[in-house]
Write a protein that binds this ligand. Sequence first.
Ligand SMILES: *Cc1c(COP(=O)(O)O)cnc(C)c1O
Length: 809
Amino acid sequence: MNFDKAGFKNSFINQLQSMYGKGLEEADLYEQYMAFGACVREVISQNWIRTRQQYRSKNEKQVFYFSMEFLLGKLLDMYLIHLGLKEPCRQALAELGIDLAALAEAEPDAGLGNGGLGRLAACLLDSMAAMHLPGHGCGIRYKYGLFEQKIVDHHQVELPDNWLKNGYIWEYRKADKTVEVRFGGRITQIIQPDKWMFVHEDYEPVLAVPYDIPIVGYQNRTVNTLRLWSAEPAAIDFDLSSFNRGDYSRAVEYRHSVERISKILYPDDTHYEGRLLRLKQQYFFVSAGLQSILHCFKQRALPWRTLPEKVGVHINDTHPALAIPELMRLLIDEAGLGWEEAWNITVNTISYTNHTTMPEALEKWPVDMLEKLLPRIYLIIQEIHERLCRTVWDKTQSWDAVSEIAIIADGQVHMARLAVVGSYSVNGVAQIHSEILKNHTFAGFSRLYPYKFNNKTNGITHRRWLIKSNPALAELISRTIDSSWIKYPCDLIQLVNYAQDESLQQQFAAIKRQNKLKLAQFISNKYDIQVDVDSIFDVQVKRLHAYKRQILNVLHIMHLYNKLRENPQLDMVPRTFIFAGKAAPGYYIAKQTIKLIHVLAEKINHDTAIQGKLKVVFLENYSVSLAEMIISAADVSEQISTASKEASGTGNMKFMMNGAITIGTMDGANIEIKQAVGDANIVIFGLTAKQVFDYYHYGGYSAWDMYHNDPRIKTVMEQLVDGFFQEEREEFRPLYNDLLHNNDEFFVLKDFAAYCDAQRVVENKFRHSREWQKMALMNIAHSGIFSSDRMGSEYSVGIWKIKPVIITG
Ligand SMILES: *Cc1c(COP(=O)(O)O)cnc(C)c1O
C-alpha cells in the first residue's frame, strides 16, 4: 500500500480539529488516539465496502459465527499490522512528537468474553479474514464487558468495565438495519384449510440495533464484519401526555427492562446458572442475527431450500442454540414453509461446537421459564423433542435409549441435546475432547448420527500472539527462515534446522530476557516486587477454576518454600511464580485460591532467609493485553488441569509459540502439543483421562491416603489451617476440606508427587542453557499447526464448505 506521509499527518491534524476542536498540543492522549483511529477507519472502510459488494456479486456461501462472547482485546495495532501501515504510521507520528505505542495503550480492551471461548471466536475471525474466507461474527454489544479485577487486602474485588464510556472508535452503528425481537405474550393457533398459522399477541417488543466492527484481513483487502447487537426500547405508545402515572412508570420500567438485555456480560466461565436475563440475551442476539441474515437472503430471490448452499450458521457452544428453533420459526411462520422442509433447511444450515463436558456448564433451561418468555419457540422445541423421541423409540424400543437423548426431561430443556439434533455437524475442540463427546457425553447421539461428530482442534492467531505481542521474536524468525511463515505458519517448521544453532539460541535468549526485563519492570512499578530476570519465569495465567488446579501449583510452591526454610543453602535455580486470572464473583473456592496466592506471596517475598530464590507474583486483571505481555516473557507454561477436564486450552498454544516449555497433564490440546514437539521438548506428568474416569466410575481413590503416606503433602495441608500464613486460621479451611474431607474431586493430591518430580525435571533442563534454548526453538518450530489459520481452514473445508473470495482493488 502506498503511504503518503504528509497527507496522513494532515488528515490526523484535521481529525483532531474536527472531532475535538483542538490543536495537536491541546489534545490529550486519548483524543489523539481517537483522531488517529478515525484516520485508520477511513482506510479500512473503503475495503469494507468493496468486500461487501464483491461477496454479494460473487454469490458464494458465507458463514456467520454466533457467539455470546468475543474477547477482542485492543485493535489498533492489529489493524495497522494488517494494513501494512504500522511502521510508516509510527514514523509519521514520531515526527509529530507522538509515540504510537503510547497511543495504542490508550485504547480500552474490548473484553466481551470470559476466557478461552471468547478469545477463540476472536482468533477465528482474524484467521478467516486473513484467508479471504467470507465469515462474520454475530454477538452482543455488552455495555459492560468482563469486570475489572482489583485486589484489595488480598481479596478480589470486581469493578464494572465501562469500556464504552469515551466512545469506541471501531464500531459503526447501523440504525437502518435495526430489527425487532419479541418476548412473552400468547400464541394462538389459527387452523386454515391446508395448514396451521400461529399468531403472537401481547408480546413485548425490543429493538435490536447492530453495531458493526470491521475485521481486517492480513494485507489482502478482505474486511469481514463482526456484528454486535444492542437492545433499545421500541416506540410503544404509552399514554405519557395524559399524566397517567401508571403508564409513565410502566414506560420507565419497560425502558429499563429492555436496556438490561445488553447491559452486562455474565462473568461465569465454564459454569452456568439458569437466569432469565441470560436466556433473554441468548434469544435476543440469535433472533436479531437470523432475521438480518434471512433479510439479505430474501433479497437474492433464491428458493428457501438453497439457504444451506449460501449461508452457514455456526453456534459457539450451546449459548446460541436457540438459533435452531428460531430459524424454524422464521421459516414456518414468516416464510410459510412446512415443518419437514423447514427442518431440512435448518439442520443443513447450523453447525455446533461443544466446549465442555463439565456437567455444571451444560445449559438446561426450566420449561416454565422458556414457555413464558418464548412461547412460540417452546412449542417448536416440543415438536422437535417429540419427533426425536419417536424416531429413537421406533429404532430401539428402549426407554433408556429415549431418555438418553430426550431434549425435554425433568422439567428442563437440554440445550446441548437440542444443538446436536438441530445441526449437521458437532465438533469438539481437541482430539481427546471430541472422543469424550462421542463415547460419553453424546454416546446415544453418536449411535444415531455417527456422521455428525468430528474434531476441530483449537488454534490461536499467530498475528496477535506472536507478530504483535512479541515483534522482536517475529523478526528474528523472519531473519532466520524468511517471512513466509506469516502467511503459512506451518513454515515455522523450518526452524527445526536451526534449533541447534548457537547464535540463534543466543539471540532467542536475548529476546526472551528483554521481554522478561519489561515484565519485571512492570511488576516493580506496579507492585514494588523485585524479581530476578535470570530466574525461571514459571507462569500460570487463566481463569481460576478448581479443575485448572491453581491449587496444585500453590501446594508445590509451599513445598519448595519448606525445603528452602529447612536448608537456605539448597542448590536450586531461582524461580518466579507468576499468576493471573479472574474468579467468577460467586465462586467462593476460586476466590479463596486468589487469597491464598496473595498470602503465600506476602510471606515468601518478604522472607530474606531464602535469599530471593523464590518469588510469587499475582498480576491483577488478566486480560488479552496483559496476556500478551506475560506470555512473551514466560519460560515455563503451567497447563496442569485434571486429565479429561480441559476441553482444549488455547493458552497452552500461545506459550509454546513464544518459546515457553510446557509442564502439563495429558489433557486437551497438551496431548497434541506433545505429539508435535516430541517427548523431549515437553514435561508431562500425572493421571491420564482413563485413570481419572476409572476412579470416578469404580472408586478407589482416597485423598487421606495421600495425606498419610506423603509427609510433604501432610505438611503443606496442615500449613493451610495451622496459622502458618496468618492469624485467621480458619480462612483456608474450605480449601483444606475440599481436598481432604470432600476427597479431592480433581485429584490434586493424587498428582502432587508426580508434579513435584516433573518440576525437578524442568529445573534440571533449565540448568542446561543450550538444551533449554533448543527446546524453546523446537516448540516455536512446531507451533504452526496451532495457528487458527489451520483451524479456520479445517472448519471451512470440513464443516462449512466455503471457499476463499479474493477481494480485488
Ligand atoms: C487465551 C486466553 C484465555 C484462555 O486460556 P486457557 O489457559 O486456555 O484457559 C483466557 N483469557 C485470556 C485473556 C486469554 O488470552
